[in-house]
Design a protein around this ligand. Structure first.
Ligand code: NAP
Length: 278
């Protein structure tokens, strides 16, 4: 049982997914606030568990040990300003999931030194198998790191980055990552259908193969290069397919795609910073 009081601000996709993780991990005091009561009521119906809902951010945050902001980037300043006095009084750990909002911007709206962690989770967190990267500012203590790690471990695996710049690369790799794999699955599925499989069989074989490959890659002692070599016999069918992919420069395509996402994340952060300029 975790006894820290956690306040989640924003009951959208990310807020409700983190709430689900915290409930499953037996956090004893969780609050969640959102302007519309309907979303909060729907969460209570979904989870049948003991947590507190409110349309007042202040009520949720007032005695919290951790305030977890799960609102859209351009809404964040408004909510930070609203809660700045209580944050400066109680000094809770601040965690923000807002993509592209730099720690110094959060600090600016709080107007006093605060422990701030930026988190970049991804959508599989909804199933408890997300991949989150965390970045801590200089005020964050070892105990606060552990608290944040426990929260995000409730929805998947957690890793730390030591430079905030790396959060853009994390966005490009794991934040956007599910979409790359969905695209590959879509392509394999469609190829199977065009060669004669029924859509249902093509879908099932493709998805289970993706799941099985990911599990093998995570659980095997071999790295992905060795695992690929293991299923690629000389002169066999897999080798034929891999040769087609390699000659189409699949590695270069991915390298360019992820670089493009990284640059876009950096550009969006710049736009957000400009938009939020005091
Ligand atoms: N979804 C993801 O996979 C993902 C991944 C990584 C990071 N993020 C980040 O997580 C944040 C939330 O994303 P999301 O996808 O969860 O967005 P979302 O579904 O739109 O959720 C945002 C929630 O904030 C609520 N809200 C609006 N104004 C508020 C206020 N003044 N006080 C409290 N709550 C308020 C909204 O309520 P109403 O709808 O009732 O207005 C909505 O429920 C974003 O900053 C995003 O960058 C998301």
């Amino acid at each position: 049982m975790h006894t820290k009081k956690i306040a989640i601000i924003g009951a959208g996709n990310m807020g409700s997914c983190l709430l689900g993780g915290l409930i499953a991990s037996k956090y004893s005091e969780v609050w969640i606030s959102n302007p519309s009561l309907s979303k909060l009521n729907a969460l209570q119906e979904k989870y049948h568990a003991k947590f507190n809902i409110t349309t007042s951010n202040m009520e949720a945050a007032k005695t919290a040990d951790v305030i977890l902001f799960a609102v859209k980037p351009l809404i964040l300043p408004k909510v930070l300003i609203e809660l700045a006095d209580i944050i400066n009084l109680n000094k809770p750990l601040i965690i923000s999931t807002a993509a592209g909002v730099y720690e110094n911007i959060i600090q600016h709206f709080l107007q006093a030194p605060s422990s701030i962690i930026r988190a970049m989770p991804n959508t599989p967190a909804m199933l408890g198998c997300g991949a989150s990267a965390l970045f801590a500012n200089a005020h964050v203590t070892a105990e606060e790191r552990e608290i944040a790690e426990n929260i995000f471990r409730a929805v998947g695996i957690v890793t730390w980055v030591t430079s905030e710049k790396l959060m853009d690369i994390v966005t490009a790799v794991s934040g956007c990552g599910p979409a790359y794999f969905f695209l590959i699955m879509e392509a394999i599925q469609n190829a199977g259908i065009s060669l004669g499989l029924s859509p249902e069989i093509a879908r099932l074989l493709t998805l289970q193969t993706a799941y099985g490959a990911a599990r093998m890659a995570l659980e095997s002692e071999k790295n992905v290069t060795e695992l690929r070599a293991q299923v690629t016999s000389k002169g066999g069918t897999t080798e034929e397919a891999i040769q087609v992919l390699e000659s189409a420069n699949i590695r270069d395509i991915f390298s360019r795609a992820i670089k493009a996402a990284d640059l876009r994340a950096e550009a969006l952060a710049g736009i957000i910073a400009k938009e939020l300029e005091p």
